[in-house]
Structures are given as C-alpha cells and as structure tokens.
Design a binder for this molecule. Structure first.
Ligand code: PLP
Length: 358
C-alpha cells in the first residue's frame, strides 16, 4: 500500500459546462499524481498535488534518448453515480512489461491501481456525466538523470494526469478509411512494438501525416520484415471478419497487446465465434474482399473502444467493407463493451473496478 500524501488545490478550475465540446485530452483535471524513483530509495514519495508544469533540467535523459513510457485508460461514471475503471490491472501489468524492455524500474500492479484510483477519487467531479464521455487517464514514466551519456537513468518520475474527454462518436459511429502503409514500418522483431513507449509514436507520425493528406483517418501497419502481414492501426489493434471467422494479429512482440483487443477476443469467443490470432496477409484480405468474404473490419482501443472500417487502401486498390455501414458483430461489440464500461450492461466478466460514489 502506498502512503499517498494529498495536497488539494486552493484554486480549482471551473469545469467546462458543455460536455459535447470537451474534445480529447485538451483540458486537464485539477490534480496530478507523482512518485519519484532513485536507486537508494526505490519508488518513493507518492503524492497528489495541484496540476502544474514540471521543472526539468534540459539535459534530462528523457528529452534526448526518449527513455519513457505511458499508459492510457479511462474512468467512467454510471447513471447510478458510481465512478469506475475497466481492467486497470491489465494496464498496470502492461506498464511493467514495457518497463522491463526500456530498463525502467517496475511499479507493483497494486500500487499502480491504487495511484490511479486515488487521483480519480480526488478529481471525481471531473468525470463527465454523459454516456460515452469519460475521464481519460494518462500515466507515464520519464527518465530524469541529467547528462549526455546514453545509459539507463538512475532516477525517474511516475506521473498520472487526467482529462475529461467527450464521447468519441459525438456525431454517431462513423466508419473510417484506412491506408495500408507499405513503405514505413512501426515495429520489427526485437524492437519495442509491444511497449507503449513514446519513441514508437514519434516514428509513426510521418506515415500518419502522409495518409491524412490523402484523406485517410489511420494507417494500417504491416509487419516490419516482409511488409506482408497486417499488424495494427495507429493506436488500435485491428480485427477482420472473413467468412464467419475473426482474425487479428498475434501479440508476439511487434503488436501492442491492447486491453480492448483482449476483452473483445474474450467476448467473441463467449459468443461462439472462432477467433484466430496469427499471421494474416494483406493480399489475402484483398482477395477475400474481391470474393465478397470480407464481412467486417474494426479497430479496438481505449479511446474509440471500437472503430469500424469502411475502406482499406493498399497499393492503389481499395477494399470496401459493409457498404460503409457498421457491421452487426462490430456493433454488438461496441454496445456490450461500452455498456459494461458505463454500467448499462451487467459486468459478468469481473472487469469493472469501482473507485467511489460520485
Ligand atoms: C494503446 C494502443 C492500442 C490499444 O490498446 P488498448 O489497451 O486497447 O487501449 C493498440 N495499439 C497501439 C499502438 C496502442 O498504442
């Protein structure tokens, strides 16, 4: 158990009145969680303080060599006024896995979950009220050693910030167009694809920009060796329903093991679908589309929950999916996942962790 010292702000901000205008990650809540690491003391001094800028030496390791990682999760308010989290221990475990790869000292799962809960409770008034809107939570760890040498830092700061965020689909669920990237890659065996480290995203921005200029919402990454097998989308895992079966890339080191991905696989299997985690060639997907067997395509991730795909464009050929309309399995996953998260559907899986009454 962490002994978290809480210092409340004396100048709370006014909360935005119109929840439909929140956007994503634009306005921070009033507080943040901090905890420091040193070799002598380990993780120490857990505290919640008013949200404020950091003061950091410009020579900090994080600024130059990107020894850093983050997580992304949400707090939800139910109609009954309970504030709750969705499988927070999965995020805590994933941060441990990311930490090992980046030589960052790990934080015990129970401490991570306690810290998130504590911040959400202090800032509970910042959890939005409308269905689909939530408090987006961003835990991250940065390396704070000062000096130009490339080495694992000896000091770190773990910080959690939170942002009230509007419903992702404020104007209804809109299926998206996706560009299959066949030049740039996001990950390769032995690299950091399975971690949520900032460097992965810095390296992916270019492809995203190019695709956006061509009118695509996201990039679909192919494997980094042969550029042949589908891996994932920007910040989402991706699923393909072909001839009744559901396919998604296996988490073998190059794909981010999404909590939403894992939960959707469990639900789909409960509902009797065969879900295959493995290699799926983009050429076979295009072939299935030509044969009318590409039934549904959707991305999964904490931000959007489920994002239906209406078009995949690969080497000047487009596969159009479901006539531009969300498919029945995609819709059911969306309804059940968001239903559990916002407390409208019974949580028979034990995925919900209550934080407090709000
Ligand atoms: C965060 C993320 C996901 C989705 O993970 P969730 O735990 O479902 O939010 C998928 N791919 C990438 C690259 C990500 O950064």
């Amino acid at each position: 158990m962490l002994d978290i010292k809480i210092t409340r702000t004396t100048t709370p901000k006014t909360k935005p009145a119109d929840e439909t205008k929140l956007g994503f990650g634009k306005i921070s809540s009033d507080h943040m969680f901090l905890m420091d690491y040193s070799v002598e003391q380990g993780w120490h001094d857990p505290r919640i303080v008013p949200y404020a800028p950091f003061q950091l030496d410009p020579a900090c390791v994080v600024f130059h060599y990107a020894q850093e990682l983050f997580e992304g999760m949400k707090a939800y308010r139910t109609a009954e006024g309970q504030i709750q989290l969705f499988r927070p221990e999965c995020n805590a475990q994933r941060m441990q896995d990311s930490s090992e790869r980046l030589c960052i000292p790990t934080i015990p799962v129970e401490d991570y979950v306690q810290a998130v809960k504590a911040l959400v409770e202090v800032d509970k008034d910042w959890v939005p009220y409308s269905y689909g809107a939530s408090l987006y939570i961003r835990p991250f760890v940065i390396a704070t050693d000062v000096g130009m040498g490339v080495h694992a830092s000896h000091t770190y700061t773990f910080c959690i910030i939170a942002f009230p965020s509007g419903a992702y689909y404020a104007e209804g669920i809109n299926p998206v167009r996706i560009y299959v990237e066949d030049e740039y890659i996001r990950a390769a065996p032995g690299l950091t694809g399975y971690t949520k480290c900032g460097g992965n995203y810095a390296a992916s921005i270019k492809a995203g920009e190019v695709a956006a200029q061509k009118g695509f919402a996201q990039v679909l990454w192919l494997d980094g060796v042969e550029r042949k097998y589908v891996e994932e989308v920007g910040a989402m895992n991706i699923f393909f329903k072909i001839d009744g079966k559901v396919y998604t890339a296996a988490c073998t080191g190059t794909v981010l093991p999404g909590v939403t991905r894992r939960s959707c696989i469990e639900l789909l299997r409960d509902w009797g679908y065969e879900v295959i985690e493995g290699k799926l060639a983009i050429a076979d997907i295009m072939e299935a589309s030509r044969n009318g067997k590409l039934e549904e395509v959707f991305g999964t991730g904490t931000a959007a929950v489920i994002s239906p795909v209406k078009e995949l464009c690969w080497k000047n050929e487009s596969a159009f999916i479901g006539g531009g309309v969300i498919g029945p399995v995609t819709q059911k996953l969306y309804d059940v996942m968001t239903g559990i998260q916002w407390g409208k559907v019974a949580d028979t899986k034990g995925w919900i962790v209550p934080v407090c009454e709000g």
